[in-house]
Unconditional design. Structure first.
Length: 128
């Protein structure tokens, strides 16, 4: 979205931020199920923090999401009307077990690729 937003800003008839959000939902195949609070659509809602210094003050919410949105803004998430994330923290998830699995996965992939995790790895030049 940010790339499309940046490119469109230079055009005389650029897309609006709301257009880009709708395009993103449509490109993911979600436009029929999300994007508005409408009967028949899933009760999926994401509440973002508007007081975060990276986006404050919010004048145009759609433009803020497109140009400066990031996961750290997520405050509350409802899926099918059920709260699954509150105060930026996932509910009903064992975060310690999840972190352990992520580290194990990273370590396994790095070992299989022969990549040290001490910050010394550099990509090798491609030979022809």
């Amino acid at each position: 979205m940010r790339t499309a937003f940046a490119v469109q800003r230079g055009l005389e008839r650029g897309l609006r931020s709301r257009d880009l959000l709708a395009f993103a939902a449509a490109s993911c195949g979600l436009d029929a199920r999300t994007g508005s609070i409408t009967p028949g659509k899933g009760a999926n809602i994401i509440l973002l923090r508007a007081d975060d210094l990276t986006v404050f003050p919010v004048t145009d919410p759609a433009a803020t999401i497109v140009s400066a949105g990031h996961p750290g803004l997520v405050d509350t998430v409802l899926v099918a009307g059920r709260v699954v994330n509150r105060d930026g923290v996932p509910l009903d998830v064992d975060l310690e077990a999840f972190r352990t699995r992520l580290l194990e996965s990273r370590n396994r992939i790095a070992a299989a690729a022969g990549i040290p995790l001490d910050g010394t790895w550099r990509p090798q030049p491609v030979s022809e």
